[in-house]
Design a protein around this ligand. Structure first.
Ligand code: NAP
Length: 338
């Protein structure tokens, strides 16, 4: 087997142009690991944050990795080799995973490559009915939606709050998804629907037809009307956008409701929430193969569909990042490996 492979590596932090498609050493697996031949890799916001050196963080929190490094967490592919102690996977199996997240958040999980090593405990069999591009688009968005709405699935400390995140009942409840067309948002909408929630989707107008297809009860185009002006009785608001003025979303909730923040940085409405008995909660997604297996059944039977915004060859990862930086993503961006 060749000792090298093609990969997209960083030799410095910066804009999309620092993504270099070049030869790199092919990874070697250790005990408990599987070598995956990557067919597609998903693009997620943390890939862009790391490429940029997490410039939004205070200097003392920024990464100081050893270059070159390979970014990316999500893959779908085929098992090329397995360590002797791995029993759940065999050569030729189709698999998907979110790799070493958040463990390797600051140094890259090596997904933008032809081959990647993955702990068997993070790897799941790919849902047979979907292709590698859609499967590569799933892991981070699907696990985020699952861990917020269904089951946290771990007892690691929560970087955003003292207490663990606890999902709330969904059946028959009114659930507002803000950022409903994005990678996490479009999965949240479908997952909440699958649990019997009455879903209100908030997104830009180009997402309306897709949201109607998903069966949302109501669609709100945030470029025309603010959700807090027209909805006041939601049981749960889940915000998959972040940024400024998330506090306004408290006005969408009935007293005793819950506000889940997928990107909580900058939220300052804790006192106002407490006064109205509203729970505000967040969590950081973690790799979990059991949940990928369980949630994968919903991908397999079509309950949840991964929508592809766009696909680029691995060699054009820089173009994929330029697309991602423009925003207004509908579903997922993926890199395909031939
Ligand atoms: N807690 C965690 O572990 C975790 C895990 C995954 C992601 N995240 C964070 O969650 C956020 C979303 O991630 P993602 O992968 O879903 O990103 P994404 O694919 O870029 O989706 C963001 C969506 O928000 C929409 N949007 C932008 N401004 C909006 C507004 N004012 N109101 C409503 N919608 C708006 C965008 O489309 P339009 O502009 O067309 O509406 C886009 O569809 C990111 O900040 C990411 O870092 C956190």
């Amino acid at each position: 087997m060749s000792e090298t492979m093609k990969a997209v590596r960083l030799h410095e932090f910066g804009g999309p142009n620092v993504l270099r498609y070049e030869d790199a050493p092919r990874p070697k697996i250790g005990s408990g690991e599987v070598l995956v031949r990557v067919h597609a890799a998903g693009v997620n916001p943390p890939d862009l944050y790391l490429r940029d050196g997490y410039r939004a963080l205070p200097p003392e929190w920024r990464p100081n990795p050893v270059f070159p490094l390979i970014i990316g967490t999500d893959v779908s592919g085929v098992v090329e080799a397995v360590a002797d102690d791995v029993t759940d996977f065999a050569i030729g199996n189709e698999v998907y995973a979110m790799i070493r997240f958040p463990k390797d958040l600051m140094k890259g999980s090596d997904a933008y490559a032809e081959y990647v090593r993955v702990a068997a405990t993070e790897l799941a069999h790919k849902p047979a009915s979907i292709d590698h591009d859609c499967a590569a688009g799933a892991p981070m968005s699907l696990l985020t939606a699952w861990q917020f709405l269904i089951e946290l699935g771990h007892d690691a400390p929560n970087p955003f709050q003292d207490l663990p995140h606890v999902p709330v009942p969904l059946a028959g409840r009114t659930v507002v998804v803000n950022g409903a067309g994005g990678g996490v948002g479009h999965v949240l909408v479908q997952l909440a629907k699958s649990q019997g929630a009455i879903v209100v989707a908030v997104a830009s107008s180009k997402n309306e037809a897709l949201m109607r297809e998903f069966g949302v009860a109501r669609f709100i185009d945030y470029t025309k009307v603010q959700v807090e002006q027209v909805v006041h009785d939601a049981d749960l608001v889940i915000d998959a956008v972040g940024g400024e003025n998330m506090e306004r979303l408290l006005g969408v909730l009935k007293p005793g409701g819950a506000l889940f923040l997928v990107n909580p940085l900058g939220f300052s409405g804790h006192d106002a929430a407490r006064k109205r008995g509203i729970i505000v909660s967040s969590t950081q997604v973690r790799s979990n193969n059991r949940q990928l297996t369980e949630a994968g059944r919903l991908l397999n039977d079509g309950t949840i569909r991964v929508v592809l915004d766009s696909a680029y060859p691995l060699s054009e990862a820089a173009r994929a990042h330029e697309r991602a930086s423009k925003g207004s993503i509908q579903g997922k961006i993926v890199l395909t490996v031939t």
